[in-house]
Design a protein around this ligand. Structure first.
Ligand SMILES: [Zn+2]
Length: 82
């Protein structure tokens, strides 16, 4: 069963994988892991189910407690590149 239907762009087969998504929201970076995303096997186009997009939205809006928090190194190119 193809939950996503054929690719909107090329008609290729869309397979579901779990992947990470980085989302900038109100100036902060949020990472969602194990997000189900449909990926076209032919052109690589990614499809997010409306329910998944909505779930992510409400997690951000409700400021749900994350599973973990990581630190991210930030470099300013001009300062860091020698
Ligand atoms: Zn495609």
């Amino acid at each position: 069963m193809n939950k996503y239907g054929d690719c909107y762009y090329c008609g290729g087969f869309v397979r579901e994988i779990n992947t990470s998504r980085e989302i900038w929201w109100k100036g902060n970076l949020y990472i969602f892991e194990k997000v189900p995303v449909g990926v076209c096997q032919q052109c690589g186009e990614k499809v997010l189910k409306p329910k998944v997009a909505k779930d992510i939205d409400s997690v951000l809006k409700e400021k749900s407690i994350p599973q973990r928090i990581i630190q991210v190194p930030v470099y300013e190119y001009e300062m860091a590149a020698v």
